[in-house]
Design a protein around this ligand. Sequence first.
Ligand SMILES: Cc1cc2nc3c(=O)[nH]c(=O)nc-3n(C[C@H](O)[C@H](O)[C@H](O)COP(=O)(O)OP(=O)(O)OC[C@H]3O[C@@H](n4cnc5c(N)ncnc54)[C@H](O)[C@@H]3O)c2cc1C
Length: 468
Amino acid sequence: MTVPVQLLDRIRAAVDPAGWIGPGPDMAPYVAEERSLWQSASPLVVRPKSTEEVAAVVRLCADAGVAIVPQGGNTGLVGGAVARDEIVLSLGRMNRIRAIDPANHTLTAEAGCVLASVQKAADEQDCLFPLSLGAEGTCQIGGNLSTNAGGVQVLRYGNARDLTLGLEVVLADGRIWDGLRGLRKDNTGYDLKQVFIGAEGTLGIITAAVLKLFPKPRDRATAMAGVGSLTAALDLFQRVRGRAGDSLTACELLDRRSVDFVLRHIPGTKSPCRQRHAFYVLIELTNASVDGGLTSVAEEVLAKAIEDGLVEDAVIAASAQQARDLWRLRETIPEAQKHEGGSVKHDIAVPISRVADYIDAATAAVEKLIPGIRPVAFGHLGDGNIHFNISQPAGMAAADFLARRHDINRIVHDLAIEANGSFSAEHGVGLLKKEELERYKGGIETDLMRILKRALDPTNIMNPGKVV
Ligand SMILES: Cc1cc2nc3c(=O)[nH]c(=O)nc-3n(C[C@H](O)[C@H](O)[C@H](O)COP(=O)(O)OP(=O)(O)OC[C@H]3O[C@@H](n4cnc5c(N)ncnc54)[C@H](O)[C@@H]3O)c2cc1C
């Protein structure tokens, strides 16, 4: 759809001179796409600096029936922020921390606050904002909430949805809903904020949020264990959880191939154990008390697990630097995998009890489909969320491999659904997984989603064509 020139003029007039970018080199970061699967195009990127300016722009677009793509840090992995000739509304200039209420354990942030800056603001108040993910230096709170982001501490603190107490939203008709309440109990009708969280910008534009804060960890133990099987990895998770309880903040899985890729391609990384193991489990325990004795807990559990033959070898970080080095092995897997040619990525979830069977079955099935294929299984073991990312066989042309993407997806997603799981655990649907949504959630669930969409955005101007 071509946006009328008069409307573009009116939108530009509704914001200050730094509040818009026309086509040209400055627009490049807003029309790029993280996985290079799409090239965005837009006649105008508008960057309002207040909720009122967002509302003014939405009203103009609503009156003209012109569509808007809300955008945060543009780090999403499913093409949700891709524009196809719509107006891009970037929240990046709405980046104020509006309030911190340490006694209420809350922080009110504008949608354009970069996640790392929210973590820092909490830290300065001796508190923790626990949402943590690889893109935290770029992604924004509005984007995190709109994708209901997960990350590495969901096991202990929940995902973005669980960390939010209130929202401010500009609705599709330009009205502002002020739901910025910092209440832990509020049973006054439907929980409207949850409708907008995870909606990927299809129902309204989040402009601010009240977020939960937690006591800052003062004791920490980080360990990596090498195990011979997935069953052993899961048994270890259960043992650590049983012994450490809620102190278990993260439990991540790395298969041998992912560690091999990292050691091969990421400078400065080194093998965590003396020998190679089929799987590695990265464990982090944290506690708010100064001497929680967490290192002793980790030593005790791991020593017993070695004695019982469950764990083959283990290392406990002796310094903050060693802990960072262990985490680096986990966090650089996606980067390392890029050096191994074409890959098809997944973000599945299954019940934790079924992770081992799932990975075994999916590995066997994709190896049968394309001999020499190289699955890399890693992710949030403690959440049952595995990034089952598959690299092409060595020597195969990347294009030939990527042409089989749909066959691979079908196997990987069918098996997840058969295990009562999800085809998208934390990345969302966007453009990439729209067909999958229809396929696996068609019927009542997509009907209800469409009813909501029509009710909240009757003229379909909010990120049209995404999700449903
Ligand atoms: C290196 C890397 C690591 C990652 N690790 C994780 C991880 O561990 N866990 C995880 O969950 N994700 C992860 N992601 C994915 C991504 O970072 C998250 O989805 C993030 O929450 C997106 O935030 P963003 O600000 O970049 O949003 P964008 O990419 O800009 O937008 C994402 C979606 O939200 C909508 N949107 C953005 N802002 C708003 C708003 N204010 N109001 C309404 N709609 C809006 C957009 O239209 C789009 O549909 C990772 C990405 C990268 C690149």
